[in-house]
Each structure stands twice: as C-alpha cells, then as structure tokens.
Design a protein around this ligand. Structure first.
Ligand code: SF4
Ligand code: SF4
Length: 73
C-alpha cells in the first residue's frame, strides 16, 4: 500500500517541516508549503506540523471519501 503525502490548506507557513525531509521535497509555495514529486513517502514529516496540515493519504479508492482504513493520519 503506498501513500501520497500532502500539505493541506491548514498550513500556516511556519517552515517546521522543511528540515525533516531527507530529500528536500517540501518547499514554500505561495503563502503555504507544499510537497513535490521528490517525496519518497518516508513519513518523517508527519507529526512535526503544529497545525496537523501534513497527511499521508493512501492511494486506494476510499481516500477520496476519507474512509480508507489504511489512512496513516
Ligand atoms: S514523507 Fe518523507 S520524503 Fe515525503 S515530504 Fe515527508 S519527509 Fe519528505
Ligand atoms: S510544519 Fe505544517 S504549518 Fe508549518 S510549513 Fe509545514 S505544513 Fe505548513
């Protein structure tokens, strides 16, 4: 099961997640931060966000509805 990691609109642009990423996949984007295609889905950035804006979303069909049992967070 693979996950796609995303930063939601809850991001307050604090930058705390940037240094947790081993491949430099998190960068400022406008007034928030975003995860780009370099992400290797390691999960290191989960848990550092003060507003819980980073989520690992599994790629099964249930994610769109937020009902996936394999959802990491
Ligand atoms: S899951 Fe890992 S590789 Fe992907 S953005 Fe977070 S820290 Fe970086
Ligand atoms: S730690 Fe959270 S609020 Fe701060 S830049 Fe990263 S995603 Fe945005």
């Amino acid at each position: 099961m693979s996950h796609k990691f995303v930063i939601t609109d809850a991001c307050i642009n604090c930058g705390a997640c940037v240094d947790t990423c081993p491949v430099g996949a998190i960068e400022p984007k406008g007034t928030q931060h975003a995860i780009d295609s370099k992400c290797i889905q390691c999960g290191s950035c989960l848990g550092v966000c003060p507003v819980d804006a980073i989520h690992g979303v599994c790629d099964c069909a249930g994610c769109g509805e937020g009902t996936c049992p394999n959802r990491k967070k």
